[in-house]
Design a protein around this ligand. Structure first.
Ligand SMILES: [Zn+2]
Ligand SMILES: [Zn+2]
Length: 368
């Protein structure tokens, strides 16, 4: 499969493009590539699909935010509505005003949230998980209509199908006319005379479904992955909401995460710090050797480039910081004490530590 192009690139706009710029750019491209204007040329139709998809995502603030954070993975498969099915006029009505198609009055289903905990290692590689979701789905008996098999819903008598009614009320200002949602049909314009026995006229029933979620490498705790249309279905055939999979990443045994970087605290003894040593430290790729130079100080930080986590958008890996902690044992044998006294006598007074541990760490991390 071809690599998906960046949506901003597809529309030829910058990442900071306003919704107006997006719309202008999409309008131009849609005019150019719409299949009706290109005698069904497959290349044009591909381009048309591509920019419709890009616009579909970027014009929705929530989808756009998700895309900015996670790239294509963030908006999920099927996230992009396929506007290619619309006629040429529809596109313009839908996006650029002019009345558009009559709105469906059925209500959209609720969004759902599913919490998912993954291991630190899984955020490093990315992972595919199966989740079981309980939700309201289309009733299989009435196919979502809410009407008993063999019957159908009828136009609401109260509002004559408009979904709204006018109400007159007396107030201190005189007679006021309010337009309110029809109380009989709840705004749907149709009522079910003989409700389906299985769903009691709701058009939906509880079901459990197993879904596959692709979790991109680099996600962090509180990252959200949106599965478009996998939320609850609406009442009586209303469109479904979305399912948000909210990620929690378990802590690593040794490594602490800091954005795309990881921090490891290396404990060494006084002799290793003084004389230097070669030490194996854990990394996401397995143990790596670190050369500790003689005279290593408490809090000194070493950098292992490219050993961090992959950035969820670019895939580029951060770095690993190894922070040295010199551990001083509490108990010494008489010989050790004697030796240390001799060493102490030879080295004189310690130099003043000019900066605290976290200041130093911050200095190193901010170098970039
Ligand atoms: Zn039913
Ligand atoms: Zn009504």
């Amino acid at each position: 499969m071809a690599v998906k192009r960046d949506y901003y690139e597809v529309l030829g706009v910058s990442r900071q493009a306003s919704s107006d710029e997006l719309r202008r750019s999409f309008r131009k491209l849609a005019m150019e590539y719409h299949p009706d204007r290109n005698n069904g040329d497959p290349n044009a139709s591909e381009r048309f699909k591509e920019c419709s998809e890009a616009y579909g995502v970027l014009s929705d603030p929530e989808k756009r935010r998700s895309y900015d954070m996670f790239g294509h993975a963030g908006v999920g498969a099927g996230a992009a509505q396929d506007f290619g099915d619309f006629g040429f006029g529809d596109i313009f009505n839908t996006f650029f005003g002019g009345g558009g198609r009559p709105r469906r009055r059925s209500t959209r289903g609720n969004d759902l949230r599913h919490d998912l905990t993954i291991d630190f290692e899984e955020t490093y590689r990315g992972v595919e998980r199966e989740i079981d979701v309980g939700r309201q789905a289309v009733c299989s008996v009435c196919a979502g209509s809410g009407a008993a098999p063999g019957t159908s819903s009828v136009t609401c008598g109260t509002c004559a199908g408009a979904g709204q009614v006018r109400r007159q009320a007396q107030s201190i200002f005189g007679t006021v006319v309010n337009i309110v949602t029809c109380p009989t049909c709840g705004g749907e314009g149709r009522v079910v005379k003989q409700p389906c026995a299985r769903c009691h006229g709701q058009g939906r029933t509880e079901e459990r479904k197993r879904l596959r979620v692709r979790i991109p490498a680099g996600v962090d705790t509180d990252s959200q992955i949106r599965l478009t249309g996998e939320g609850e279905v609406g009442l009586r055939g209303g469109p479904p909401g979305d399912l948000y999979v909210v990620i929690r990443v378990r802590a690593h045994q040794h490594l602490r995460r800091q954005d795309d970087d990881v921090v490891y605290e290396l404990h060494v003894n006084v002799v290793q710090a003084a004389l230097g040593d070669r030490i194996e430290v854990p990394s996401l790729d397995g143990p790596v050797e670190l050369v500790l130079p003689p005279g290593t100080q408490y809090g000194q930080t070493f950098r292992l480039p490219g050993r961090g986590l992959p950035n969820v958008r670019s895939g580029r890996r951060g770095q690993q910081f190894v922070v040295v902690q010199v551990v001083v044992p509490k108990d010494y044998s008489p010989e050790q004490k004697a030796l240390l006294r001799r060493v102490g006598g030879l080295t004189g007074k310690p130099q003043k530590v000019s900066k605290g541990f976290f200041e130093k760490l911050r200095d190193v991390i901010n170098i970039d």
